[in-house]
Design a protein around this ligand. Structure first.
Ligand code: ATP
Ligand code: MG
Length: 551
């Protein structure tokens, strides 16, 4: 059994009880379906040929009973199974989402964003669709086919063997079309991820696009859509091709059965009732064999989707630091020949000692490596070379949750989530009181939120209030005032503010972090005079100077 199939089945383990009933439903459907064939045979031989009216009533009664039972079995198995699949999808969604938040920045950046989006949206959608077309349906059709085979063997085993010669041909068709189906299902997921990536770029940059060349942009989009169409249509082509091949094979072998069976009826070896019921049942069997293969084919499409989901859940490693708790900076941060990344370094040989409590102004030309430097220093990029110590402990040996509880980082792009102002702030400190929130907003010069339509409960972002760049920054900064980190890293976190506001906020930051350590990246040299130290990051080289004499 394939590894993926085993994984798939394991997902159903919590629903064993439900699935048992679904299974019974499937068996019931199979039995009832074959019962219908029996009724048909007896209707012809005993009622029509022998002209027995009372048996007609019995036959009709049985027909209805079997019909109802079959439908009952179908509903039971289908509903219970779909319930289990929906539950599983919901659980996978939660697992994928929380896995995504657990991986490191470096691993995250290895894949384009659309890839991640595709995996937690479209892949799960496909997982649901293909799973519904697989699973219980296979069982149901399997039992139906099994019982129908039993009936056919009972009717006339020789006729059945003539038909059974079709099996190897069906096998070949399945193998060929199945592998194609798998290939294009995989391709489709990949192309889709690329397309989603492009769409999300469009959404992020909507206003810029208005001033860019739209036909050109549409041309790029069209090329991606064409690729998507190709992969989609190839899937349809091979499913339809498969169905036709199977159908044609069916007619071919049915013709052989007609010839052989008809001959034996003429010779008097076989009753007409048996022959007609045999043919009728054969069609039922063939239908269910086709359905069986279609479902198995769905598994071929499901497999690559499972692989992609498992890749995220199992093979992409979560971010891993060490096990040393961080109790706060006692003395100093020391960098010794720090290089990042080790191959084709952006930062080359960084060396410095920064004492606890220092306020460090970081400057340098655009693209020089300031943001990268802050990411290394703040534990976002752990695969640095050389040695980077907080007191006597190597940065990557810290228990990351412990380290990050006492350290704060604000990136160049302010992180605002589509939710209320309050929730956006509580993200930094879930148990903050109203007073603390108010105070933090005041210190961040973000009192404007109290004038928003619903104050702290105003929704931000898409569908809610659009903030200006500087307002977003001030909300992000309010988070800093909610926590009082041992070390703070601010990457151009005040760059969108006017100089007066920026000056007031900086004053608040410096007094909030009085005996704490601060790294402050900025392109405004006039701010340097408020700092103790100056770090210059220039084409990957980091130099430390006293700030006052360079200000
Ligand atoms: N994840 C990454 N993978 C590869 N290269 C990167 C990555 N992040 C940044 N770089 C490269 O590293 C260099 C430094 O980038 P960085 O963002 O650190 O510069 P910066 O000094 O912060 O610039 P700015 O002032 O414009 O913000 C750039 O050449 C950039 O292209
Ligand atoms: Mg930067």
């Amino acid at each position: 059994m394939g590894d993926n199939l085993r994984w798939f089945l394991k997902l159903f383990r919590p629903y064993k009880g439900l699935l048992l009933f679904a299974f019974l439903g499937a068996v019931l459907e199979g039995v009832a379906y074959s019962g219908l064939s029996f009724v048909l045979k007896n209707l012809i031989d005993r009622v029509l040929v022998d002209k027995n009216l009372s048996l007609l009533w019995v036959s009709v009664g049985l027909l209805l009973t079997f019909g109802v039972l079959k439908q009952f079995g179908f509903l039971l198995s289908e509903l219970l199974y779909r319930y289990a699949v929906s539950k599983i999808v919901a659980r996978l969604r939660v697992r994928l989402y929380s896995k995504l938040t657990s991986i490191g920045l470096e691993e995250f950046q290895r894949y384009p964003q659309g890839e991640w989006l595709g995996r937690i949206t479209n892949d799960l959608r496909s997982f649901k669709d293909y799973s519904e077309g697989f699973g219980i349906k296979v069982l149901r059709e399997f039992f139906t086919a099994l019982f129908l085979v039993g009936v056919l063997l009972y009717f006339d085993w020789q006729l059945f063997l003539a038909f059974a010669l079709i099996v190897p041909f069906l096998g070949k068709a399945f193998e060929y079309f199945g592998s194609k189906r798998k290939k294009y299902s995989l391709l489709y997921q990949e192309v889709f991820a690329d397309f989603i990536n492009f769409v999300s770029n469009l959404l992020e940059n909507f206003e810029n696009v208005k001033f860019l060349n739209r036909p050109f942009l549409n041309r790029i989009a069209r090329a991606k859509v064409v690729a998507l169409f190709g992969a989609e249509f190839k899937q349809a082509l091979y499913s339809a091709g498969y169905l036709s091949a199977v159908e044609l094979l069916g007619y071919l072998f049915a013709a052989a059965v007609f010839l052989y069976g008809g001959y034996r009826v003429v010779e008097g070896e076989l009753t007409a009732g048996t022959f007609i019921s045999f043919i009728g049942t054969l069609f039922l069997l063939y239908n269910s064999l086709q359905a069986l293969q279609r479902n198995a084919l769905n598994y071929k499409a499901l497999e690559p989707v499972i692989t992609r989901i498992r890749e995220v859940l199992e093979f992409i490693p979560p971010e891993r630091g060490g096990d040393k708790p961080f109790r706060g900076l006692e003395e100093k941060i020391t960098a010794l020949n720090v290089v990042y990344p080790e191959e084709k370094p952006i930062l080359r040989s960084v060396n410095f000692e920064i004492p606890k409590g220092a306020k460090v102004f970081v400057k340098g030309t655009s693209g020089g490596g300031k943001s990268t430097f802050l990411k290394v220093l703040s534990s976002l990029y752990l695969s640095y070379g050389g040695s980077l110590k907080y007191d006597k402990t190597e940065l990557r040996d810290f228990l990351l949750t412990s380290f990050r509880r006492k350290v704060f980082y604000i990136s160049q792009r302010s992180a605002i989530f589509n939710d209320t102002v309050r929730n956006n702030l509580l993200l930094a400190k879930p148990n903050a009181t109203e007073g603390e929130l108010r105070r933090a907003l005041e210190l961040a010069e973000a009192s404007f939120v109290f004038d928003l339509p619903e104050g702290l409960d105003t929704k931000l972002g898409g569908g809610g209030v659009e903030l200006s760049g500087g307002q977003r920054q001030r909300i992000a900064l309010a988070r800093l005032f909610l926590t009082r980190p041992e070390v703070a890293f601010l990457d151009e976190a005040t760059s969108a503010l006017d100089p007066e506001t920026e000056g007031r906020v900086l004053k608040n930051i410096l007094s909030h972090l009085r005996d704490k350590t601060l790294f402050f990246v900025s392109h405004r040299p006039q701010l340097a005079k408020h700092f103790d130290l100056l770090l210059e990051v220039e084409s990957g080289e980091v130099t430390l100077k006293g700030a006052k004499e360079n200000g």
